[in-house]
Design a protein around this ligand. Sequence first.
Ligand code: ZN
Length: 366
Amino acid sequence: MTIGFEVLARDGAARRARLMTAHGALDAPVFMPLATTGTVKAMTPESVAATGARIVLGNTYHLMLRPGAERIAAFGGLHRFMNWPYGILTDSGGFQVMSLAARRTVGEAGVSFRSHLDGSLHELTPERSIAIQHLLGADITMALDVCTLHPSSPEAVESSTELTMRWAERSRRAFVERPGHGVFGIVQGGVDCDLRLRATAGLIEIGFDGYAVGGLAVGEGQSTMFAVLDATACALPEDRPRYLMGVGKPADLVGAVLRGIDMFDCVLPTRSGRTAQAFTRRGTVNLRNARHADDPAALDQECPCPACTGYSRAYLHHLCRSGEILGSMLLTAHNLRYYADLMAAMRAAIEAGSLADFAAAFESSQ
Ligand SMILES: [Zn+2]
């Protein structure tokens, strides 16, 4: 028994689905807040759960370097270590090795690199990445991939996509089946739709519990991203979850759900919460802006989060201008609640068969 997946309703290409993991059910489309180093920044696990989140994303690269996967395993795994009783997806570490580590060398066996923390030498192979994610106790494990930066030459994209395929096969073989746990393959291929389709077919041949689309939202622009999704999402199995990695802005999520994506993660709601940017039902608000200094109104009048029910824009503005920690806490809680509510609204619209109307109303509200 791997993770369970059931499509409950369809509206065009969009799906309203439910995943069953070892740590509970997930209603999809679902947004997964980042708990990169084993914490959602500026939030307690209780406040994360209060936003409606039932799964967070931990990071193999960061956790293997500090505090170490074996240490977390000795404490009973990441769920217990960070006191989070719901789902955890861990990424494979591939993306962070490419973006953070120094002096990295990619070879057939894996990638060797120096830690961005202390310069120590490490090696990450597909087998080691899967073993680390097992030590962490992830409900959903990601296969190790090679993420090419955009733009790259067609030859570089093709060779890294092919290496990702070979690593996917090794990752799948290294994964230890347990009830409620699954492993996802990652479709790479840059903005080349033919290469994406080849990669998709290859991953389906290997057979994964879910399929991720990686390497998008790296500077190619929203219309190109949607074109790649139009070509890729329909080629993914109907009866398995589909995860768009590292995406995105609220409008990206709406567009991707319309194209059949079930799962998302992104740094935006949490990072923005620490830089005075709030997502609201009437667009993005910069709380550092002086026009909020005397405003008694709530940040978002329809939002039930602590920031919107307990405080004025003037007070939130004051916290942000003063660099107070409470400003980061309240705005992160608000942004995560906004993302969770956006996903819940899309689930309801799919059930009602009105997602296209929802998307049109969303676009005119921003
Ligand atoms: Zn709010």
